[in-house]
Design a protein around this ligand. Structure first.
Ligand code: ASP
Length: 338
């Protein structure tokens, strides 16, 4: 056979795909298609309402039929440099329920080339060759932004150190609306580690866009960072700070409880001094409103007694489930399918 000529076998090979038939135009009108999700600052009440509406549709779909093929042919990489239970598994479940595939690097990056010294940019540039979206958790603030600068595909911030955890904040706000049917007018109390808790940072920034009253309850050394406090004050919100849950328990509509973030302390003695500062107990719950909602991003390590779990106001496991619907909505949106 002469050079450049095709063999009969090659000439007769039938095409496997009718690509014109398979190709679909992405939905672009909502502004999320192809975008990174790095911070709650990207969201406003309109775009939140849009994502929440899609999440509600996802919930109905999962409850009735379990899953659908909306993201068939798409691949998600979950790249986690820090431990995770809910965020990683809910993203994996979200992708699975929408018919997509997953590269799970969630059981410790020690099994990837990161342990050979590969840099974050090289790891990202490699994984984007196989995937359509990357979800990243990393101990350094700003790491998700850095990854997004290198990646041509969307990057979602699943927690960057003490920085932000935007997808958690979306599911938290969705849960508040779902449980109480509104956001405006509520008194929301954040309790625990407001200094290092990235979920508090993100949720507070989102809530600053609504007409809510915020109480920040923490020991002195775990107060909310000043920059965030200033943002909330500048937004004109009614804000108070206190050390005592007793000060707010009777009027709070939402008690958002958080874990003291042991891994962020440089001195263990400082952690030990504040680790058992608060415990939400059934006795404390007796003083709360009948329709107050208790939330927690989890894991809990003693801040909410197990004996509170049977209280209908304990919403933290419903909150966990909402995480999957919100992440289904976000994945569909950035991949141009919602
Ligand atoms: N799971 C949440 C986070 O990753 C809260 C926590 O770890 O306490 O930030």
């Amino acid at each position: 056979m002469k050079e450049g000529e095709k063999s009969d076998m090659l000439k007769d090979r039938p095409r496997l795909f009718d690509l014109d038939d398979l190709e679909q135009k992405p939905t672009t009108g909502n502004g999320f298609y192809g975008k990174d999700i790095l911070s709650v600052k990207q969201f406003d009440p309109d775009s939140l309402a849009y994502i929440f509406d899609v999440a509600e549709e996802m919930r109905e779909m999962v409850r009735r039929v379990g899953g659908a093929d909306l993201l068939k042919g798409h691949v998600l990489t979950c790249l986690f440099y820090e431990p995770s239970t809910r965020t990683s598994s809910s993203f994996i479940a979200a992708m699975a329920r929408l018919g997509g595939g997953i590269i799970p690097i969630t059981q410790g990056v020690q099994f990837s080339s990161v342990s050979k010294g590969e840099s974050l940019p090289d790891t990202i540039r490699t994984l984007e060759q196989y995937s359509d979206v990357i979800v990243l958790r990393h101990p350094d603030e700003g790491s998700a932004k850095m990854a997004a600068d290198y990646a041509a595909i969307p990057v979602m911030n699943a927690g960057d150190g003490t920085g932000e955890h935007p997808t958690q904040a979306l599911l938290d706000l969705f849960t508040i609306q779902d449980e109480l049917d509104r956001i405006d007018g509520l008194h929301i109390a954040m309790v625990g580690d407001l200094r290092f808790g990235r979920t508090v940072h993100s949720l507070t920034r989102l809530l600053a866009q609504y007409n809510v009253k915020l109480s920040f309850v923490s020991p002195e050394i775990l107060r909310l960072p000043l920059v965030i406090m200033n943002d909330v004050r500048d937004a004109g919100l009614d804000v108070r700070e206190t050390h005592s849950v007793a000060d707010i328990i009777e009027t709070a509509d939402v008690l958002y409880v958080t874990r003291v973030q042991k891994e962020r302390f440089s001195e263990l003695s400082q952690y030990d001094a504040v680790k058992d500062y608060y415990t939400i107990t059934p006795e404390l719950m007796e003083r709360a409103q009948d329709n107050m909602v208790v939330m927690h991003p989890l894991p809990r390590v003693g801040e909410i007694a197990y004996s509170v779990d049977g209280d209908p106001r304990a919403a933290y496991f419903r909150q966990v489930q909402n995480g999957m619907y919100i992440r289904m909505a976000l994945l569909a949106a950035v991949l141009g399918k919602a």
